[in-house]
Design a protein. Structure first.
Length: 276
């Protein structure tokens, strides 16, 4: 049974360890061989990334505790996140005898309540709040309160894509909530600006698109006639204007549709049409 206390009583952390240390001294158990290597004491797993800001990810800390030596086992582990800002929001242990305290948010400890070196897997949920590299570090501590193993893992965190500074739509299209009236089958230049040349790879997958909607009787504004010669998406540096030539379908006559211009920053810009 796993448990995930994030605010356990800190006095439990060292008291049992000290008792075991005293007992070990009484029985002559401290003259032991060197502690096991770090990779056999503690293992740490985390996604390499990239992960988005504010998207939770999982860090796992394993303490196999397979050493035959008393000083080579770890009834406690200290864990810290450094680098880009991130917070441990939950901690779950694979053994009910283990408890964790991450009240500090970015650092904390997990320990065996009886100071026993029981094997355990600790699963942390981490939420990054800034872009950059989050480094997780786990230090395994033996019953003598000595660090006997260390593991680290880096996770790259991406900042969200900033939204384009969209302005539009420009004439001949009238902006919502206005309804544009035009003949079905016409091509219409949909014009807008992103405050500079952002390249032509600015459209979301499947964009632009349109969906049929109910005509609600709103008076429609006619779209001015004009000559359209270029198809697809173009950019005019002289006017700082993007133009997408939208080819409508003659079968849309007598219907209303909403045009969707989805951009790669996740935004969606719409215009309403009524077709004659």
């Amino acid at each position: 049974m796993s448990r995930s206390p994030l605010a356990a009583a800190p006095f439990r952390r060292r008291g049992p360890v000290a008792l075991l240390t005293a007992a070990a001294t009484a029985f002559g158990m401290l003259a032991l061989t060197a502690p096991a290597q770090a990779d056999s004491v503690v293992q740490l797993g985390a996604p390499a990334g990239p992960v988005p800001v504010d998207a939770p990810y999982t860090v796992t800390v394993d303490l196999p505790n397979t050493s035959p030596n008393y000083a080579g086992k770890a009834p406690m582990v200290n864990i810290a996140l450094t680098g880009a800002a991130a917070t441990v929001t939950s901690a779950q242990t694979s053994d009910w005898e283990w408890s964790c305290d991450f009240a500090a948010g970015s650092s904390g400890s997990c320990w065996n309540l009886a100071a026993m070196s029981t094997p355990v897997t600790i699963t942390l949920t981490v939420v990054p709040t800034a872009g950059g590299t989050v480094t997780a570090r786990a230090d395994a501590v033996n019953p003598l309160n000595t660090v006997i193993g260390t593991a680290t893992a880096d996770t790259e965190v991406e900042n969200p894509t900033p939204a384009f500074p969209f302005t539009g739509f420009f004439a001949p299209v009238h902006n919502a909530p206005a309804v544009n009236s035009m003949n079905a089958g016409r091509s219409i230049p949909v014009k807008f600006s992103l405050d500079g040349d952002k390249g032509l790879d600015i459209l979301a997958a499947g964009s632009p698109s349109s969906r049929q909607t109910a005509c609600d009787g709103t008076a429609a504004d006619p779209v001015e006639d004009g000559t359209v010669s270029t198809s697809g998406l173009t950019y005019d540096a002289a006017t700082d204007t993007y133009t997408y030539v939208w080819k409508t379908d003659r079968a849309w006559a007598g219907t209303c549709r909403t045009f969707h211009l989805g951009l790669s920053d996740g935004t969606d810009h719409v215009a309403h049409f009524q077709f004659r």
